[in-house]
Design a protein. Structure first.
Length: 186
């Protein structure tokens, strides 16, 4: 008898975990990297345990409630499907109201920064001469290849790190400048 009750409670918790993840993804309205999902749901907010979240992402993907694509850096991007939205529409009340409110508030406050961190990426690598090559990219949502990419040579690791940090803030301005001066022929 105790096992039956325990299994029923565990099953209800699994359903709530799946619905929580679907609710969050629907509210974000953008494809999310697996790392973003894990960071936000498990580390920043403790909505779902890390292991449960990893398993839930896989289960939702396998069942067709979310789907996976990859960007050029082989980061997995996940989005909610129509089937996931329909399921959520019918069962969202199984997520406690307070939890839904917390997720909604988090999304309002952080959606732009999450989107920016996924759309404006940079990497750097050390060259044989001791300098660093910094690769700066801009991704358009739902497109796996970068729409803009530039490589620059930095004299030191510190300057590569600074370029990486500045890119997150300056990417839109750099792109606009390049586009207006090279592509726009008005």
């Amino acid at each position: 008898m105790d096992t039956f009750i325990s299994d029923e409670i565990n099953n209800e918790e699994k359903v709530r975990t799946k619905l929580t993840l679907l609710f969050f993804m629907e509210k974000m309205e953008i494809p999310l990297t697996k790392n973003s999902i894990l960071d936000i749901c498990c580390i920043e907010n403790d909505w779902i345990s890390y292991m449960d979240c990893v398993a839930t992402i896989s289960e939702l993907n396998n069942s067709g409630f979310i789907y996976k694509t990859e960007n050029a850096e082989n980061d997995e991007l996940y989005s909610i499907t129509y089937a996931g939205r329909e399921c959520l529409a019918q069962l969202y009340k199984r997520i406690p109201y307070a939890d839904r409110e917390k997720m909604t508030e988090y999304v309002k406050l952080n959606k732009l920064s999450v989107k920016t961190s996924q759309e404006y990426t940079s990497t750097y690598s050390k060259n044989d001469d001791g300098s660093y090559t910094v690769t700066l990219r801009i991704y358009e949502p739902m497109i796996s290849n970068p729409m803009f990419e530039i490589k620059i040579k930095a004299p030191s690791r510190q300057s590569a790190i600074e370029a990486d940090q500045k890119w997150k803030r300056q990417a839109p301005n750099v792109y606009e400048y390049v586009y207006e001066n090279l592509v726009n022929t008005d």
